[in-house]
Structures are given as C-alpha cells and as structure tokens.
Design a protein around this ligand. Structure first.
Ligand SMILES: [Fe+2]
Length: 276
C-alpha cells in the first residue's frame, strides 16, 4: 500500500462504513491540499459496479420507495432519510470522479475531493437530524438512481460532468426550496438550517461540474450547448419538468441563453420534432 491519493480514494470508495468513509475522505482532502499536490502516476482505476455502502438501506426500484407522508413522524423521518441517502450517494459520486478520471489536471482531483468532503458533512448533518427523531440511516428503503448514473458515465469525464452535476445534482436546486418550505411549516428550524447549508454548497458543486464540462468541451473542440442538447436527448434526460430554479442555475454557471435554448429544445422534443 503506497498511501498515495488514489489509494486513499479507493479505500474511501470501497468502504462499507459511513463513518470510515467520512474519515478516509477527510484524509484524502488533507493530502490534496498539501503544497504542490500532484496525483501520482497510477494504473487503471478499479471497475466496480457498486461503491461501498452499508447493508442497509435496502435498495428498491424508485417506484417502490414508500410514499413519504409528511404528517406522520415516520413519514417525515422517511423524507429526511431520502435526503440522507442522496448525500451518502453524493459522497461516493464525488469520490468516484476524483478517483476514476486520470490524466486530468490536479485541480480536477482537488475539486472533486473537496466536493466529497462537503457531501460527508451534509450526510452527517442529515443523519443527526434523523437520529434526533429516533431513526437512523438504513431504517427505510432507498433507491440508487444517482449511483447508477455514475456507472453509466464511468468511461468518460465529459459525459459524467454533463449528466451527473449538470442534470441530476442541478435537480436538487429545483426541489430543495420546496422541501425547505414544508420543513419550515412543521417548525423544524434545525433541519431548515441544514437544508440551507446543503443548498448553498450544492450550487458550488453544480458550478464545479459546469466548469469542468466547459473545460473538457474546449479541450476536445466541442461546442458545449449543442453537445449537451444531444446528450440529454440520447440519454432520455430532461431539465424542464416541474419547477426549474433558474436563479440558482445561473449562480451555478448556466447561462440564461443556454437555459432558454434548452427549454425550447425540450418543448420541441416533447412535441416529437427534435429540431436538431
Ligand atoms: Fe450534498
């Protein structure tokens, strides 16, 4: 074992224990902040289908997750559990970006380790909120949609940046304000404060994804707006369904021009004419 950065990231990714995963992520962060940090030359990353996770929560298809009725303690806890699980997956996703895509600048590795460290913080904060209600992470079933997308995009950092931070994580910016409003209505100020931290940091994470997406497009001589339209059509993804938080997306580096173009494009896709 050489205790290089990839070694640490691999241990963190494969760890089944959330506490240990958190500690290893923090150790990787410390290492990545040292003066003159450069990821060591390394071989190929391991190709694993699933990252380390505890035996519970039980994973089910998204459609089988029990509905979360906010008016019961259990329903409210299930909703908090869903967010806790997203944060847990987000730790693995950010670690995987730092670990998997080699031959990218040191700043790429540093950025995604920083994101992973912030996701560890979010996970701990949310888990505390769950525990305050007498529940814990693993007490409800969950789905693995976020991680599945990591696996599908494991062969190309450009695809990963396009579809995970710019589509899936950006979706969090749309839904968090509504969740926060419901939590505030219940008078749970402590959870509101945690959601505020998460929301603030997630804008930064989407911005990080946006920045590297632009960088990789430029490096390959690809036009980012047109390419993104083709990718979301090919992978059957969407941005404009339900409420879209334009203000947060602009702060996360989407241009108004691109958002307007996407909205039109998705409308035309829905009508069955791609316009592309
Ligand atoms: Fe997060």
């Amino acid at each position: 074992m050489n205790n290089g950065i990839y070694d640490l990231l691999e241990q963190a990714l494969l760890s089944d224990c959330p506490d240990e995963k958190g500690r290893l992520t923090e150790a990787a962060f410390e290492l990545s902040r040292r003066n003159g940090f450069q990821p060591e030359a390394a071989g190929r990353p391991l190709d694993f289908r699933v990252a380390g996770r505890p035996p519970k929560p039980l994973l089910v298809a998204p459609s089988q997750v029990t509905p979360r009725k906010m008016n019961t303690v259990e329903g409210y806890a299930a909703m908090l559990h869903a967010i806790t699980h997203i944060e847990f997956n987000a730790v693995n996703l950010a670690l995987d970006a730092a670990y998997r895509f080699r031959r990218l600048p040191a700043a790429f590795v540093q950025d995604w380790i920083r994101v992973a460290k912030e996701e560890v913080y979010h996970f701990r904060l949310m888990r505390e909120r769950l525990r305050s209600l007498g529940f814990d992470y693993g007490d409800f079933e969950a789905h693995n949609h976020l991680w599945d997308m990591a696996y599908k995009t494991a062969y190309d950092p450009l695809l990963r940046m396009a579809l995970v931070p710019r589509v899936l994580e950006a979706r969090g910016l749309d839904v968090t304000p509504a969740i926060r409003a419901k939590v505030a209505q219940k008078g749970d100020q402590e959870t509101c404060s945690v959601l505020d931290i998460i929301y603030r940091d997630e804008i930064g994470h989407v911005e990080t994804g946006n920045r590297w997406y632009q960088h990789l497009c430029q490096e390959r001589g690809l036009e980012p707006v047109a390419l993104f339209r083709r990718l979301i059509a090919r992978y059957d993804m969407f941005i404009f369904r339900g409420y879209v938080n334009i203000e947060a997306r602009e702060r996360a580096g989407f241009s108004r021009f691109e958002l307007d173009m996407l909205e039109d494009f998705e409308k035309s896709l829905k009508q069955g004419k791609t316009g592309n």
